[in-house]
Design a protein around this ligand. Structure first.
Ligand code: NDP
Length: 330
């Protein structure tokens, strides 16, 4: 089988040189094992952090070892009772075309509820990130103003729709006019192209005349600095991601937000979706229900071909994707 390994640790923005294509001979499927054929591979911003050395909330990838992440695969050979041939599973799996597994950590997914790739997006990790980050940490109320940065991405577009379901006024920031148009079509009240807006602080202030009650932060940097100037009393901030600094080689510096949090009695909470692991089934059930009722939509940017996985991953940092970035392998 083909496999993609981490060739070296990137300094700054990763390049194609960090990815080593190789082949691997898989042994015959043994007792208790399944042979999986990879169908969809998820590429996610957090993988950038795993390419660095050092402790984080997930251990780093090892140089020379296969890269790995969310994968949807089909069982094509089985000696495992609970996973017959034809089952479709999702799991944290290596970037390989074929994978031998003992079934541990694999979740069988239904094929009749939604496209199976949605279990890497709306009905998977990004959807749950939006669900718990917004509903548990931000807790928006009807009539409140919610800002979400990275709004046209996998997590962001779900956050905005969930905030609309709660009756909030929703403002999103994203990096192209097409994305902004898409957000408006999804029901966002305001959407701002942060790349072309001459003054992001002014644009956000104009879009949020009543101030900001909730901020779901996916990107950090200048957008976040601007939102902190608009916080209302008792604002809630879910610190989900800081993609604008993932490739920085030095610690970013900027305005210090502490007095703004102090003056507004705001609550800033970092979180990772894994914190909510015990509540994942509840989240998947609720997201599936809203999706089936037509209350939630999603979008995918699908790149075709196993060999395109690195390019799709690198595209995250250029804003190539609208909605979930996925690679279709087979
Ligand atoms: P996205 O689908 O949003 O893809 C990344 C997007 O980030 C790009 O499309 C691009 O959109 C935007 N972007 C890239 N570089 C910059 C930059 N310098 N400044 C501003 N925006 C930029 O990814 P996800 O939805 O999967 O993830 C969104 C965020 O949530 C990430 O920060 C990620 O790390 C985080 N996350 C956190 C989790 C947690 O448990 N805490 C779980 C999952 C995700 P644009 O065109 O708008 O620039």
């Amino acid at each position: 089988t083909k496999v993609i390994r981490l060739a070296s640790r990137p300094q700054g923005l990763p390049t194609a040189a960090q990815f080593q294509f190789d082949t691997l001979d898989l042994p015959a499927t043994g007792a208790g094992q399944v042979l999986l054929k990879t169908r969809y591979v998820s590429v996610d911003p957090y993988m950038r952090g795993r390419m660095n050395e050092g402790k984080s909330y997930v251990p780093p990838f090892e140089v020379g070892a296969p890269l790995a992440g969310g994968v949807v695969a089909e069982v094509i050979e089985s000696q495992h009772e609970a996973l017959p041939v034809g089952s479709v599973v999702v799991g944290n799996l290596p970037w390989q075309e074929y994978i031998l597994s003992d079934g541990k950590g694999l979740n069988r997914i239904p094929t009749d509820k939604a496209p199976v790739s949605y279990f890497l997006g709306l009905l998977g990790m990004p959807g749950l990130t939006a669900y718990f980050g917004l509903l548990d940490i931000c807790q928006p109320k009807a009539g409140e103003t919610v800002v979400v940065s990275g709004a046209a991405g996998a997590v962001g577009l779900i956050v905005g729709q969930l905030a609309k379901i709660q009756g909030a006024r929703v403002i999103g920031t994203a990096g192209s006019d097409e994305k902004v148009a898409y957000l408006r079509q999804l029901g966002f009240d305001e959407a701002i192209n942060y790349k072309t807006t001459p003054d992001i602080a002014q644009a956000l202030a104009a879009a949020a005349p009543a101030g900001v009650d909730c901020y779901f932060d996916n990107v950090g940097g200048a957008i976040t600095d601007a939102v902190y100037d608009l916080l209302n009393k008792h604002a809630r901030i879910a610190l989900c991601g800081q993609i604008s600094s993932y490739n920085d080689t030095e610690t970013p510096v900027g305005p210090r937000p502490e007095t703004k949090l102090l003056k507004t009695s705001a609550r800033l909470q970092g979180f990772i979706v894994g914190d909510y692991f015990s509540r994942w089934p509840e989240g998947v059930q609720q997201l599936t229900e809203w999706y089936s009722q037509g209350k939630l939509q999603t979008e995918e940017t699908i790149t075709e071909g196993f060999d395109q996985i690195p390019a799709a991953f690198l595209g995250l940092f250029k804003g190539d994707n609208t909605g979930k970035a996925i690679v279709k392998v087979s």
